[in-house]
Design a protein around this ligand. Structure first.
Ligand code: AMP
Length: 278
């Protein structure tokens, strides 16, 4: 496994990799969710490239950029075990050179849900992903359903800018109690960790009602929010039942929907989602 941080070195090693090249962009502090993407890339591609870059531009001024967990040595050991060919760990100055002023924005899909609550977040994501794609030049790129809106926005970006990459969205990996794996789970106290599966409980309660015949979007949202409100350590930010393609909130009969939510445990903000289909 080669580990490079300079762009020239990346391009040189990349040019010697066999196609198809699969790419898994991450912010590091890897867990089984990230590794599931790496494994899928490994199974489908001749070469696998991973990047580790905590992208400053996707964090808001009051968010956790400085505190974001990092452990490069451990990450590299995990990736080595998965037979990754190349890891790119760019410096912030490589991605954002002095005088940087060119941004990539996806206009509509970023206005709702996470985008509405985290202004500028998706502009940071789409800009860095475009740059990572330009530098790595992968054939396939792997993202997690855990960040459903991000995956949707990246599909849109790739289509709209004719980027020659196939985007593959992989299922959410969970702990046995349902909590979606996330690098941010380390912020949770022991008690908060006990309470955190409430997101998945709320989503599955709404899913169960849907499978039992409930088709009113508002009723499904209420099942989610009532479940979270009953958990004293959880502070619900939103519970959404939206069109999975446009992310517009559904008001009428539900046939397909993306159920999604964001919940605070003190300062730690967790998100999760489930796709409903008849
Ligand atoms: P991050 O390091 O948080 O930027 O995540 C890198 C990639 O891993 C993104 O495509 C995420 O959607 C994906 N990911 C994060 N958590 C999970 C999970 N629990 N299951 C599957 N994919 C995940």
């Amino acid at each position: 496994m080669k580990v490079v941080s300079e762009l020239l070195e990346l391009r040189s090693v990349r040019s010697g990799l066999e196609s198809p090249v699969g790419f898994v962009p991450t912010m590091g502090y890897l867990h089984e969710g990230h590794l599931s993407l790496v494994r899928q890339a490994r199974a489908e591609c001749r070469s696998v490239v991973t990047s580790i870059f905590v992208n400053p531009t996707q964090f808001g001024p009051k968010e956790d950029l400085a505190a974001y967990p990092r452990d490069l040595e451990r990450d590299l050991a995990l990736l080595n075990r998965e037979y990754v060919d190349l890891v790119w760990t760019p410096e912030p100055e490589t991605i954002y050179p002095p005088g940087f002023q060119t941004w990539v924005t996806v206009e509509e899909a970023t206005q709702r849900l996470e985008g509405a609550l985290r202004p500028g977040h998706f502009r940071g994501v789409t800009t860095v992903v475009t740059k990572l794609f330009n530098c790595v030049d992968p054939d396939r790129a792997y993202f997690g359903q855990k960040d459903a809106q991000q995956s949707l926005v990246i599909r849109r970006l790739v289509q709209d800018l004719n980027i020659p990459v196939k985007v593959i969205v992989c299922p959410t990996v969970r702990e046995t109690d349902g909590l979606a794996l996330s690098s941010r789970n380390v912020y949770l106290s022991e008690q908060e960790r006990q309470a955190a599966p409430v997101l998945y409980r709320a989503l599955t309660a709404a899913q169960l009602a849907f499978l039992d015949g409930e088709r009113q979007a508002e009723a499904l949202r209420k099942i989610m929010s009532d479940t979270v409100i009953a958990e004293p350590l959880a502070d619900l930010q939103y519970a959404s039942c939206a069109d999975p393609d446009t992310l517009i909130e559904l008001e009428s009969r539900v046939e397909r929907a993306l159920l999604s939510m964001a919940v605070f445990f003190r300062k730690t903000r967790l998100i999760d989602n489930l796709l409903l289909e008849e």
